[in-house]
Write a protein that binds this ligand. Structure first.
Ligand SMILES: Nc1ncnc2c1ncn2[C@@H]1O[C@H](COP(=O)(O)OP(=O)(O)O)[C@@H](O)[C@H]1O
Ligand SMILES: [Mg+2]
Length: 379
């Protein structure tokens, strides 16, 4: 008799395009457990092309042939990531239900007349190359059902961090940041690391600002921050989601006299912008979810995603939220770098087990849904 499978793989590259996250997780107990992780680099040229594409997706010069070439190339690199992950441990294939495959977002437009969100990476090819079933297209059904298609992270946060702790909020600071409120709702707060990364790349030719030390060397400019915070995205009420095809260097240039302010001060201001937009969103969540009979206050803010390593950003968050204990998800037993990988393993597992997920309070979808399409492997 065949043993029941109990593992699933989560596979993604976020909007930071810093590399591929691959997570093998065990779903045989009440709480999913991370068994193995692998961070897979992009070939340099592919990474540069993807970063360019995220900005150009709104422009007129894009070729369909380039997009489809990247779609295929990505599935090969993602398959390499799965092979590297599985080479680290002896997990037999037949115990793996499949791969929850997010792919690479290159455009996210829930506000379009016919909303869409595009993730590249061919699930068919990935399934053939790995011999595993693949679930992909997690955002499409949500969008079709009137949802934003993002963020999806609050679903897992609710499951693993908030189920027994009603005074905890969680923020995932990737390229874009998303907040999971204590009442199970959630939304994208705006830029996480994306503007910080873009500005440090342009000025210092580094992919990111290690520990936020360049930001810490500058002086945050109040006028700039006030102007930025007037951007319509920050004024929108949830459900809302965004992407790096909105928050990028063009966004920055449109609001900022870039030549007249020291570059380090702009970096400091961008770090403060990320922190303030998160803190303000938390306050929004507190006031919006407050029912007058209950006096709910958040005691803890758990941070995951690469932003958890940015000391400057973490200090700014703590300063803005003096009554809240700000720490990384490591204190709750999950490494902040792998929460999102675990999310896609979990979403894949849910779909393969025909479990609907309820995004109504997050993305605004009209009903609980089966997210993702299954690309079934044949033995
Ligand atoms: N040591 C660090 N110091 C500052 N920022 C960091 C550090 N490590 C990671 N980051 C930031 O985290 C980003 C990657 O975060 P990640 O959660 O992978 O985002 P995404 O989901 O968008 O890929 C990097 O691009 C960088 O901005
Ligand atoms: Mg990443």
């Amino acid at each position: 008799m065949q043993k029941p499978n109990k593992y699933a793989i989560g596979l993604l590259s976020g909007t930071s395009i810093d590399g591929i996250d691959a997570v093998l997780a065990d779903f045989s107990s009440a709480q999913p457990q991370i068994v193995a992780v692998h961070s897979h680099p992009f070939p340099e040229e592919l990474q540069a092309e993807l970063k360019q594409l995220a900005v150009e997706i709104n422009g007129p010069s894009l070729m369909l042939t380039d997009i489809m070439r990247l779609h295929g190339e990505l599935s090969i690199v993602f398959a390499d990531a799965v092979h590297a992950l599985l080479s680290q441990n002896r997990c037999p294939h037949e115990l793996i239900a499949g791969i929850g495959f997010h792919g690479q977002t290159v455009g996210h437009h829930p506000e379009a007349e016919l909303p869409w969100s595009l993730q590249l990476g061919d699930a068919n090819r990935l399934s053939l190359l790995t011999g595993l079933s693949v679930v992909s297209g997690f955002r499409s059904m949500d969008i079709a059902a009137g949802g934003q298609g993002a963020p999806l992270a609050p679903l897992l946060h609710r499951e693993i961090f908030q189920a027994s702790d009603t005074r905890t909020a969680v923020v995932n600071i990737g390229g874009i940041a998303n907040l999971s409120q204590a009442d199970g709702s959630g939304f994208d707060t705006g830029p996480g690391n994306c503007l910080l990364d873009a500005w440090v790349l342009q000025n210092k030719n580094q992919n990111y600002d290690p520990n936020g030390s360049w930001a810490a060397s500058g002086q945050a400019n109040e006028n700039l921050i006030t102007t930025w915070l007037q951007d319509p995205y920050f004024q929108l009420s949830p459900p809302k989601s965004t992407g790096t095809d909105y928050f990028n260097l063009n966004w920055l240039a449109q609001y900022t006299p870039l030549d007249s302010i020291p570059a380090a001060d702009i970096q400091a201001s961008l770090s403060e912008l990320t922190a303030r937009s998160i803190a303000a969103s938390l306050e929004f969540s507190l006031t919006s979810s407050l029912d007058s009979k209950r006096d709910i206050t958040i005691a803890k803010l758990l941070v995951c995603g690469g932003g958890a390593h940015n000391t400057d950003l973490m200090m700014r968050l703590q300063n803005l939220l003096p009554d809240v204990q700000v720490s990384t998800t490591a204190v709750a037993g999950v490494d902040p770098d792998w929460v999102e990988g675990l999310l896609f393993a979990w979403l894949g597992w849910q779909r393969l087990n025909n479990q609907a997920v309820d995004t109504r309070k997050i993305t605004g979808a009209e009903k609980p849904l089966l997210l993702g399409a299954i690309y079934q492997a044949v033995a």
